[in-house]
Structures are given as C-alpha cells and as structure tokens.
Design a protein around this ligand. Structure first.
Ligand code: GLC
Length: 511
C-alpha cells in the first residue's frame, strides 16, 4: 500500500527528513497505526518509519489539496427513510443507519425491490443544483453511492436489471447526470461502490440466498466497475466499502481501476481492516472508521467521513442535526490532524437536498470563502498536540490557528520556535497586524486579540514566519479536542429498542 505522508510538503522538524520521498511506502505501519482504544477510537503512531516508494503519486495531489468533499447516500432506501411497515429502524433509534434497512428489517430481496423500485421517482432531482450546492459549500469533490449494500444500481448497467434506468419510473442515469455536471463545474467526481456486501445479488449469510452464485456476483462487480470506469468520463475517486478478507479479489478490482482510470484515488475500504496495511496494494488513502476524529495527527493520507445527523441515508425521523459550528470545528480539527473530511448528505425521495443540509452547507461555504486558505492545501499541525483554544494547520511558512474557543486579550501557544514575522485575522482583507510577543526561553508566542471573538464558530489567525516553521521537540501539550470535546462530533448513543418502537402518528404524518 503506498501511503504517502500528507505532510510531505511541510517544512517542520517533524517531517523534514521525509521531504524527498514523493511516495512513502509504510510497510511497517500495520494496523498498529490505528490502534483502537477502549472507547473504540483510534490512536495514531507517533512517527512511522517510512521507506521510499519509487512510483509517482501525482494522482494524489488534488486530493491532498482538496481537504473537503461531499458524500451522498442516495438510493432505494431513501424512499423508505428508515421505516418499514410502520416501524423505525434508523440510527437515531440506535439501530443501523437508514441505508441498512433491508438488513435491519430482514426484508427479502424480492419484496424490497418490488416495494421500493416503483416508488423511486425523484422528479425534483437536479444534478446542477446538487453540484452547485457542493461547490458553494467549498467542497472540491463529490462521492455518491452508485451501488450500496442493497445492490441497487444508480446507473445504467448491463450487469443487472436491478438499476435505476430499467427498473424505476425515473429511468434516468443519475451517475451520468452528476458526473457531467461535476465536470462542468470543475468538481472532482467519484463513486462509492459496495463491492463486497450486496444483500440482493449475493448470499447474505445465515441461509439468506442472493440472486447470483458467488462466481456470478464477482462477474457482476467486474462488469459494473468496467462500466463505471468507462462510461462516465474522469472518475476521480473509487470509494469501496466494507471490503472482505480476500486480497486476491480486492487486488483484481484495484488493478482494474488503475488500468482504466490511472488517476483515480482508491479508498482503503477496498480491503477489510483485517488485511495488513502492507498487503493493501491499491489503497491510496486510509479511510477511518465512520465519523471518526483521530486521536492524533495522521502521518499517512487519510480521510474521515461524517454525517450531518445520525444517519447516512435519508431518515424521516432523525433530527439530531449538528450545528454549523460543529461542522466548521470538525473540518478544522480534521485539517489539524492531516485528514480530509467527506461530509455526508442524504437527499430525500423526491431528489432534494434537505433544507437543514443546504443551510449548513451554505454557512460552511461562506466561512470557507473567507477562511479557505487555512484549510485548502494545508497539512497537519506542526505540533503533536492541540491547544485549549483549538488547533493548527500549516502551509509553507504560515501557521493557521483555528480558535474554536475564544479568550479575551490573548491567544497563546507553545511548541514553535522563533518570533513570527506577522499575525493577522484571515478574515481581514487588509491583514492588519495583531501585536505579537514571543518568549525565547519557553517558546511561548502570544497574539493580542480583542475581547469579543470575531467569529464564535472559528476565528482563524494566520501566523507568518520568516523562516521555515520550526517545532520544539520538547514541547508539551494535550490533544484537548480529542479527549474532552470529541463527544459531540462522534458519539452516537445506542438504544436496544431500535426497530421495536412503533412510530407515533405525528412523526409519520410529518412526511
Ligand atoms: C459503513 C456502512 C454504510 C455507510 C458507510 C459510510 O460502512 O456500512 O452504510 O455507507 O459506512 O462510510
């Protein structure tokens, strides 16, 4: 697996020894890099031992710079919205996420298909509007579920008639419309494809048969991949999911991607997490477990995907929306850990993004218009900890302090050696200098700030250095924004009654 350090382009002590290696093969970082802690989160190893990788990784450049993309979960399950026969199976009930309905409610494939395909008629779907929303949100790429675990294809395929064009009143190739619109608007386009789990075509286990033998199923995947990789122009991301342990099978799929779309970026979920990292030959980036903020800086190309509420797919009853501050904070913290954020939307059965989604996306987009320099093209924090007020990203000789909790008077940090040349608010077009003081002994830098936070969600202060940024190897600090404050970003309470609760009539009528 050719993991590359996201911090390759930075100039800190931490990584200066790696600067010459364009592609870093982290053969020795096994899953130890992502050691699950007692709380189920992962911690990253401090300093991986890299080995040079000859092959160029230029296809990763755009992805590293992009930092922020849109994930879309949309399919037959969106019609059901987490409910089946008057019961709610959604994540907000502590069950599986809404797109898992077929499995959660134990629905036979035939019944699921026959019930939902005639209802899939999203007449309000407008590719232009979705792509514009992503663009205005400041997102640089889009990944949509072309086939999720329910086996239904959102694109024209000759491999199965269980697809949007042949089997629904809608008849339109959604992947085609979105890929063309993304190309127009200069947004990188990619597909999620559930290559391993397919509850419709493949045997589900526990005696539940699929429509195909295993051999036939693998042929379907091959055909589907050929279609997705040949019929939709440039495919920038192949976002595989829940991979199995069969490395030969996964490698064959990965090799096909490389062959047909050499510039596509491939998600590590092509492989099961149990497959050692050095055997994940075609994985370009590590996909963290769902909704995860890593404990520390990641030293390999990494992405995390996050829901705006509990469910990925549309759910009629989930109102656990994250606030725009939550999202802006999470984006900054991901940046500080060197992680891309793929933020999810779950459009409704009519084909519309929800108002709660578009409002939040627009707000984050406005923030990005002003503060984008502190996210795009940046790498992880130069120091191996957070600060009580927030965390840092960096680019060239500038450090960006993402101040998530304000303190009247001054924002201070340790860990960086040297007097900065200048500090200013990123939102200030005039870049008016903020007073700086620096203590040579403690390496503490203080920036004088006004009493009120200019932006309570996240005020970004750029701190420019005259020389390459120099981290203090002896500096001490904590990952405050992991230990104390991650809960509201990542934790979802479980409820053992999921799927057993009858829906109150008021909820049902609110459709
Ligand atoms: C999980 C789930 C799936 C969801 C995905 C998003 O693997 O199986 O429903 O699509 O994560 O990351």
């Amino acid at each position: 697996m050719y993991f590359s350090r996201t911090s390759i382009k930075t100039k800190t002590d931490m990584n200066s020894s790696y600067q010459n290696s364009l592609r870093v093969f982290v053969a020795l970082i096994t899953f130890a890099l992502l050691v699950p802690t007692a709380s189920g989160q992962v911690a990253t190893a401090q300093e991986p031992a890299p080995a040079a990788q000859a092959e160029s990784d230029s296809h990763m450049e755009w992805w590293r710079d992009a930092r922020y993309g849109m994930f879309i979960h949309w399919g037959l399950y969106s019609v059901a919205g987490g409910e089946w026969k008057g019961k709610d199976y959604g994540k907000e009930q502590g069950g599986a996420s809404a797109e898992w309905l077929m499995n959660s409610a134990k629905i036979p494939g035939k019944e699921y298909r026959e019930t939902l395909t005639p209802q899939f008629n999203p007449t309000e779907f407008d590719a232009k509007q979705w792509v514009t929303t992503a663009k205005e949100a400041g997102m640089k790429y889009m990944v949509i579920t072309s086939k999720h675990h329910d086996g239904f294809c959102l694109f024209a395929t000759k491999a199965t008639d269980y697809n949007v064009v042949e089997n629904t009143p809608f008849k339109r190739d959604i992947i085609k419309e979105l890929s063309e619109e993304c190309a127009k608007q200069d947004i990188k386009f990619g597909v999620y494809y559930s290559q391993f789990k397919d509850w419709y075509h493949r045997n589900r286990g526990r005696g539940v048969k699929g429509t195909l033998s295993n051999k036939e199923y693998l042929a379907l995947v091959e055909k589907n991949l050929d279609e997705l990789l040949s019929n939709y122009g440039e495919m920038s991301v192949l976002w595989f999911d829940t991979g199995g342990n069969d490395v030969i099978e996964a490698d064959r799929q990965g090799a096909r991607v490389r062959e047909l779309q050499p510039n596509a970026v491939i998600c590590s979920r092509l492989y099961s997490r149990k497959v050692p990292k050095d055997k994940q030959k075609y994985a370009d980036f590590e996909s963290l477990p769902d909704r995860m903020l890593p404990a520390k800086r990641m030293t390999v190309d990494t992405e995390t995907c996050m829901t705006m509420r509990h469910n990925w797919g549309y759910d009629r009853n989930d109102d656990h929306w994250k606030s725009e501050k939550d999202i802006i904070e999470f984006l900054a913290l991901c940046g500080a850990r060197g992680v891309n954020l793929l933020l999810n939307v779950g459009p409704n059965p009519e084909g519309k993004l929800l108002p709660e989604e578009t409002e939040r996306l627009a707000a984050v987009g406005k923030w990005m218009q002003v503060n984008g320099d502190s996210i795009y093209g940046t790498t992880c924090s130069p120091v191996d900890f957070d600060f009580w007020w927030g965390a840092m990203t960096q680019k060239d000789q500038t450090v960006y302090c993402h101040v998530l909790e304000w303190k009247a008077g001054s924002i201070e940090f340790n860990g960086l050696i040297g007097q900065p040349g200048k500090a200013y608010f990123v939102h200030d077009a005039e870049k008016k200098a903020l007073p700086i003081s620096y203590n040579d002994g403690s390496h503490v830098t203080k920036i004088a700030v006004p009493a009120e936070a200019p932006d309570v969600r996240n005020t970004v202060i750029a701190v420019e250095y005259r020389d390459p940024i120099k981290a203090d190897p002896n500096a001490k600090g904590k990952y405050h924004w992991y230990t104390n404050r991650r809960i509201r970003h990542t934790e979802i309470k479980t409820n053992k009654n999921a799927g057993k609760i009858k829906l109150p009539p008021a909820v049902k009528s609110a459709r």
